[in-house]
Each structure stands twice: as structure tokens, then as C-alpha cells.
Design a protein around this ligand. Structure first.
Ligand SMILES: Cc1cc2nc3c(=O)[nH]c(=O)nc-3n(C[C@H](O)[C@H](O)[C@H](O)COP(=O)(O)OP(=O)(O)OC[C@H]3O[C@@H](n4cnc5c(N)ncnc54)[C@H](O)[C@@H]3O)c2cc1C
Length: 415
């Protein structure tokens, strides 16, 4: 079908301008206080720097709140894409200031889509209000978790309760003391058909038998909200905490990961733009061997390659977002996968060039570049590693009907 995008609504344009102002007036000036607080608190501290809560109040006042969820914001995914991209300019602060941060957004989407009214009242409401945070617990150290059918954690029914036993790791957000609830994926029926064995349950973090352990660093850097190990030992929750239907966990995970992936990709473009802006600034201000770096053709080439890669990546991201709007997550799944592969790669190569241009400063914590590189390198693994998406995409391409029957060629006689 011919891809024709609708013009953005007045509301989307207004929010874009407002967000630009918010970044310039409030978010960028707050970055130093955020970093200073985290430096002073030490790497193992996962409390939130106060400036984040201050920014949340300011963003909400400006109407920059829950923009990721169409039913709350009235925005399409395509309209949200440039806004999410802007927030990617300040990845640690802007998404959370707007209550649009992972992994809460994916959890809110799930609760919105399949939660019961009671679950929505208890957990979705405070999440939408930014009062609590949440985590999504699927990955396990013992099995290849890029294949969700491998998950071994048991969720066994015992009367009116589910009993949970298993070990998870890399559970983002669970180290933050504000995290009150986990959405846990496990097996309710290991004998069912492969994709019907899993279910999701809502587990409050203070449930007896839930132990949140160490947080893993990303390339040596501890993220504020952490990526933790979680042990479940005979943890019991009421059956009313089942999210969706029993056996529906695999399908719900796909439902959750689609929007989660595309939103990561949208924000990544903003991080890439920031790296490119830093590269340009460095080239225009640093002198080596008698001239500005910007005068070297090798440097200009780096800058030009970066512009080409980011614009290509954005085009794919927007096509995927448009397809989510017009055909739903399922219809857009291959384009989302393509964007999930292409955008982090493009952004990583831009950040890598920016690091190179910054010399030693680029690999240290003197600039945000090193941590941005680490995050986007991790993105090629989380929410499904590149290879898993490539395998699915390759299979889809092989079964796709070509637009035309191929015209005959001279070589056909040799087939
Ligand atoms: C920063 C970060 C945050 C995370 N946050 C969360 C979270 O909040 N909740 C959560 O549950 N998990 C989270 N994860 C875990 C993440 O989703 C998993 O690491 C990811 O799904 C891969 O699973 P795995 O680590 O078990 O790797 P494995 O499944 O063991 O895969 C290892 C490698 O095998 C190769 N491979 C896999 N499949 C294929 C294939 N089909 N073809 C060819 N090669 C293949 C790939 O190279 C892959 O990287 C996070 C991870 C990171 C790094």
C-alpha cells in the first residue's frame, strides 16, 4: 500500500513546541544537579535524585504527561515519535519527567489492555499518576531468555492463590525504592502447547518470598533504577492477580514488547541527534595540526555519514509508527523489528564517531557519550537481540508475495 502519512494534529505540533521549550528551560539545566546527586550518593544508591520529581511536576503542569499512551494523550504513534525523540536528548531525565519511561510504559500499556478494572484501579492509576514505579520480570539467568518459551519460573495454582518459584535477572527498575509492583512471567502449565504454557501475574514487591538482589551495571555504569536479580521462593499472590488469561502470557509479552521496542527506538534517535550535535560542536571548536577539526575532510565525512544514517533510521521508525497506527502492533511487527535492528545500529555508529572526535574525553564520564554508547549497545540485546529479529524478518521476507511475477531473463535457461 502507498505509505501516505496524515499531517500531524495541532495538538501534536503544540506539544512538540512545548516539549522543546521544556527541554531547554528545565531539563538540560537540571542534568548537572542529577549527575552531581548520583555522584555523591555513590554507584550503589538507587534512590531518585530530587530533581526528577521536581521535573515531573513541571512537565505535568505543561501538559507533557503520559504522551506514550494514545488513550491518555490523544496522539497517534506517528505523532508521538518526534516527541519521544526529543525526550531522547536527555535520556536520564526527560522520559521520566513526562512519565514516559521504560519499563513503566510497557507495564501501563499491558494493564491498560488486559488489566481488570480492579487491577487498573490498584496499579495502573498510581503508575499513570507517576506515584509509583514498576518492573517487568521475564529474563532468567539459567535459560536463553531471548526465546520466551524457555522461561522456567513456575506459577502454580494452589486454591485461591498462585505460588511463584524462580530466579530472574536484569529486571530493570526493581532497585528503585519507588518500585512497588512486578509483572512476572512464568509457566502455569508446562504441559500445554508451547505458546500456551506461560502466564503473567502481578506481584507486589513486598510479597513474602520476593527478594530483590544485586543490580547489574551496564558496561560498568549503574543505572539509577538498576537491573536486578529477583528470587521468588514460594511467593504467593491471589488468583485475582493473574494478568489476562491463564496461558496468555506469551501473547501478552508480544503485545507489551511491540510498543516498548518502537518507543526505545524513537528515543534512541534523540540520543543520536545529541551525539551528532556534540560532534559538530567539537569539530567547530577544536584545533589540531593548524586548523579546526571541521576543516578536515575526514571529519566532515564523519558528520555527513552520521546525518545520512540518522535520517534513514528515522524514516524506518516513522514508517513503523505509521503502520502501528494503521494496522496495529501485529500488522507492524516486522517493521518494528526492522526499526529495532536498524536504529540502535545507526545511533551507535554516530555515538562512536562522536566519541572518536572527543578523544579521551569521549570515553570517560566527562561527556554523556560513553554512557549513551553503553545503553544503545545494550539495546541490541534487550527487548530481543538483533539475531532473533533478523531471523523473524528473514522468514517473513521469504514468505512474502513479490509485488510482480519476475520478468523472464536470459539466465532462466540455466535454472
Ligand atoms: C540493560 C538491559 C535491561 C534489561 N531489562 C530487562 C527487564 O526489565 N526485564 C526482563 O525480563 N529482561 C530484561 N533484560 C534482559 C533482556 O531482555 C535479555 O538479555 C534478552 O532477551 C536476551 O536474553 P539472554 O540474555 O538470555 O540471551 P540469550 O537468549 O542467551 O541470547 C544470547 C545471544 O544468542 C544469540 N541468539 C539468540 N537468538 C538467536 C537466534 N534466533 N539466531 C541467532 N542467534 C541468536 C544472540 O547473539 C543473543 O544475544 C534486560 C537486558 C539489558 C541488557
Amino acid at each position: 500500500m502507498y505509505p501516505a502519512y496524515a499531517a500531524p494534529s495541532d495538538q501534536a505540533v503544540r506539544l512538540y513546541d512545548e516539549l522543546k521549550r521544556f527541554l531547554a528551560e528545565e531539563v538540560f539545566p537540571a542534568e548537572e544537579a542529577y549527575e552531581r546527586h548520583r555522584d555523591e550518593a555513590g554507584a550503589d544508591d538507587h534512590t531518585v535524585p530530587p530533581v526528577v520529581e521536581e521535573l515531573k511536576a513541571k512537565a505535568r503542569e505543561r501538559g507533557l504527561w503520559n504522551l506514550f499512551l494514545p488513550s491518555e494523550s490523544g496522539l497517534t504513534q506517528l505523532e508521538y515519535a518526534p516527541l519521544a525523540e526529543l525526550s531522547g536528548w536527555s535520556l536520564e531525565l526527560a522520559p521520566e519527567a513526562m512519565n514516559c519511561q521504560a519499563p513503566d510504559t510497557g507495564n501501563m500499556e499491558l494493564l491498560h489492555l488486559v488489566g481488570t478494572p480492579a487491577q487498573q484501579e490498584r496499579w495502573l492509576r498510581p503508575l499513570l499518576d507517576g506515584e509509583i514505579r514498576s518492573a517487568f520480570a521475564m529474563t532468567e539467568p539459567a535459560v536463553a531468555s531471548s526465546d520466551a518459551t524457555n522461561i522456567e519460573t513456575r506459577i502454580e495454582r494452589d486454591g485461591d492463590e498462585y505460588v511463584i518459584n524462580g530466579r530472574k535477572w536484569w529486571i530493570t527498575g526493581a532497585a528503585d525504592p519507588r518500585c512497588q509492583v512486578l509483572i512476572v512471567m512464568g509457566k502455569t502449565d508446562p504441559d500445554a502447547a508451547t505458546h500456551r504454557q506461560q502466564s503473567m501475574v502481578i506481584v507486589p514487591v513486598d510479597t513474602p518470598g520476593v527478594t530483590i538482589g544485586r543490580s547489574y551495571p551496564v558496561f560498568g555504569r549503574q543505572d539509577q533504577h538498576g537491573h536486578t536479580v529477583i528470587e521468588f521462593t514460594d511467593a504467593r499472590v491471589p488468583v485475582a492477580n493473574l494478568l489476562g488469561e491463564e496461558g496468555g502470557g506469551f501473547a501478552a509479552a508480544q503485545m507489551r514488547l511491540g510498543p516498548g521496542r518502537i518507543h526505545h527506538v524513537m528515543r534512541a534517535l534523540g540520543a543520536g541527534e545529541r551525539a551528532l550535535a556534540m560532534m559538530v560542536d567539537r569539530a567547530k571548536t577544536r584545533t589540531a595540526f593548524g586548523g579546526l577539526l571541521a576543516e578536515q575532510s575526514a571529519v566532515r565525512e564523519k558528520i555527513a555519514e552520521s546525518r545520512v544514517e540518522l535520517d534513514q533510521a528515522r524514516a524506518l521508525c516513522h514508517l513503523a509508527a505509521h503502520t502501528v497506527d494503521t494496522e496495529g502492533n501485529k500488522g507492524a511487527r516486522h517493521l518494528i523489528a526492522a526499526a529495532k535492528i536498524a536504529v540502535p545500529r545507526a545511533v551507535l555508529s554516530v555515538i562512536d564517531r562522536a566519541i572518536q572526535l572527543h578523544g579521551a574525553a569521549g570515553i570517560s564520564d566527562a561527556t554523556p557519550l560513553a554512557s549513551l554508547w553503553g545503553w544503545h549497545r545494550a539495546m541490541r540485546i534487550f527487548d530481543g537481540p538483533d539475531e532473533a529479529h533478523l531471523t523473524t524478518l528473514g522468514r517473513a521476507e521469504l514468505t512474502r508475495d513479490p509485488l510482480f511475477d519476475l520478468p523472464p531473463t536470459l539466465h532462466d535457461q540455466f535454472r
